[in-house]
Design a protein around this ligand. Structure first.
Ligand SMILES: [Zn+2]
Length: 383
């Protein structure tokens, strides 16, 4: 960072890397976060003890946290997904689901997140006899409690829920119906997740057609482990509002020897229609969807004007947070507060809540928040 008084005047919004404490304070918006991928390690241990789950691979919070992130760095999506056996294993009762959701809202608020859409698959939490309605209500009350606790501590966060159907199962229409049934009570959308290769989104066309008839919103995990056909189906057959990851859209973009860029028809469509990409840099490196943060497609896609957003995916497995992702990107691409604000407004515009509600958060939380931080940075530069 250049803080030398005699240096040419720098636009404070372009200063990079942004100091980490300012990144943490900055308002952030998170659209792609899995409830069962964001538990505190200590909570996994507590819940395992409370409910008699005996299969954990470690017995203290530090080694358990390390075990999760080591397993997640194995480079394969299939193995990465196996870590969820333990988190899902301890999320089988109403108190456990409520606690995990409450802590999720609190942790996100403490990290400066002002709006989040957190997703989970009800069908993964029925092992001990809960029904799907009980599961959804337990999670919704946890978020209500967490938002209230955050507000009491002076932090305003709103959390919306996305219900996920597993793409390997045949339950998506039913989960889609649940997302519509609960849409005025905190559920804001629908998603399909799980192993992508061999399970194209069109397998769940019935669910997506139903949602469109109900004027409901959905996103689809596509273009992470599998390439363009998955993205194309998600958009052109299923009608997805957003793409989960979408990293492989790069397969339809060619960069020539002197840097000239050419978009294929699908990439151009995604950009021109402003289809939001829910990118999760650390997670993408872990699953092999990107080679490194420095070479992550988000750098080029941002330059080309795609509607990219930054997300955490699984905070526990990736040992990450929104602030950590922003910090990595600020270092890798020289992004300053102006870029962070652009990414945050992109995400807020792409949220599944009403236009008036999105605008309210942009105007009352995001823009004033970045204005304060930019002044703070000017202040620091002039010291
Ligand atoms: Zn995901």
């Amino acid at each position: 960072m250049n803080m030398n008084k005699s240096a040419p005047v720098l636009n404070p919004g372009e200063v990079s890397p942004v100091p980490l404490d300012l990144i943490i304070q900055a308002p952030k918006v998170l659209l792609h976060d899995h409830l069962d991928g964001g538990l505190r390690p200590q909570t996994v241990l507590d819940l395992a003890q409370e409910f008699g789950y005996a299969d954990l691979p470690a017995s203290d919070a530090e080694s358990l946290g390390r075990w999760f992130s080591e397993a997640a760095f194995s480079g394969s999506l299939e193995r990465y997904l196996k870590t969820f056996k333990h988190t899902v294993g301890v999320m089988q009762t109403i108190p456990a689901l409520t606690r995990v959701a409450r802590e999720c809202a609190e942790d996100l608020a403490a990290d400066g997140v002002v709006y989040a859409e957190v997703r989970f698959a009800p069908e993964l939490h029925i092992e001990q006899g809960l029904n799907e309605g009980e599961i959804i209500e337990a999670v919704l009350s946890g978020f209500t409690e967490g938002q209230a606790a955050a507000a009491a501590g002076g932090r305003r966060i709103r959390v919306g829920v996305l219900l996920t159907a597993m793409r390997t199962a045949a339950n998506s229409r039913h989960i889609a119906e649940l997302s519509v049934a609960y849409r005025d009570r905190g559920v804001v959308g629908f998603d399909i997740a799980g192993a992508e290769a061999g399970f194209p989104p069109t397998r769940h066309l019935d669910a997506f057609e139903y949602l469109r008839r109900e004027n409901a919103h959905f996103t689809i995990h596509a273009g992470e482990a599998f390439g363009l056909p998955s993205i194309w189906e998600a958009i052109q057959w299923c009608g997805a509002d957003r793409l989960g990851h979408g990293v492989r859209i790069m397969d339809d973009i060619t960069v020539g020897p002197s840097g000239e860029v050419k978009l294929g028809k699908l990439a151009a469509y995604v950009r021109d229609r402003r289809i939001p990409l829910e990118m999760c840099p650390t997670s993408n490196v872990q699953t092999g969807a990107a080679d490194s943060i420095a070479s992550h497609p988000i750098g080029l896609l941002r330059k080309l004007g795609f509607r990219v957003t930054v997300n955490t995916d699984n905070r526990l497995m990736s040992g990450t947070s929104m602030s950590h992702e922003m910090d990595l990107l600020s270092h890798a691409f020289g992004w300053g507060l102006t870029d962070m604000e652009w990414l945050t407004v992109n995400a807020m515009k792409s949220a599944f809540i009403g236009f008036d509600e999105r605008l309210e958060i942009i105007n009352n939380q995001i823009k004033p928040g970045y204005a304060v931080l930019t002044s703070e940075l000017v202040e620091r530069m002039s010291r």
